[in-house]
Design a binder for this molecule. Structure first.
Ligand code: CMP
Length: 146
């Protein structure tokens, strides 16, 4: 399902913590860069490790697991986002993300994602904080193994 009307998209955006606290102007900016809302079935591969990254995705309903080399490394739930790494560093997808339930996703294409980072400092900061949290969690998991 793709939603094309901007007011509909803004209603979806308001449900996403990444965009909470944004002004009406910034929400409009984000809505302009949002390609649509997509529903997928359980088991669908949402991003594939090693593939080229073309989209940034936010989970508005459902959950997904992150797998690296076939092993689960994290779980993503409502409000979480993924796909930012490839768009930021231009490298292939670092992991696969697989729907664990039927999932509803908000999709932002790579060009709009770049514009979003440039134009909305609040979003940039929240993405940076999430990257730090994921790195800390990965470090902790590694330390536990060793
Ligand atoms: P990207 O590399 O573009 O595509 C796979 C995505 O999985 C990645 O961006 C992140 O959004 C997400 N991801 C990768 N590693 C982790 C992790 N350790 N914890 C949570 N999400 C991750």
């Amino acid at each position: 399902m793709f939603l094309s009307r901007r007011p509909d998209r803004i209603d979806w955006l308001k449900k996403v913590p990444l965009f909470s606290g944004l002004s009406r102007r910034d929400l409009n900016l984000v809505a302009r860069g949002t390609t649509g809302v997509v529903r997928t079935d359980r088991g669908r591969v949402l991003t594939r490790q090693g593939a080229l990254g073309e989209e940034f995705l936010l989970i508005v309903d459902g959950s997904a697991r992150v797998e690296r080399d076939g092993k689960p490394i994290a779980r993503l739930d409502v409000g979480d986002f993924f796909g930012e790494m490839s768009l930021i560093d231009g490298k292939p997808r670092s992991a696969s993300v697989i729907a664990e339930t039927p999932v509803t996703l908000l999709v932002v294409d790579s060009r709009s994602f770049g514009c979003l980072l440039d134009a909305v400092p609040g979003v940039r900061r929240k993405i940076a904080v999430t990257l730090c949290q994921r790195l800390r969690a990965a470090d902790a998991a590694l330390a536990e193994k060793n």
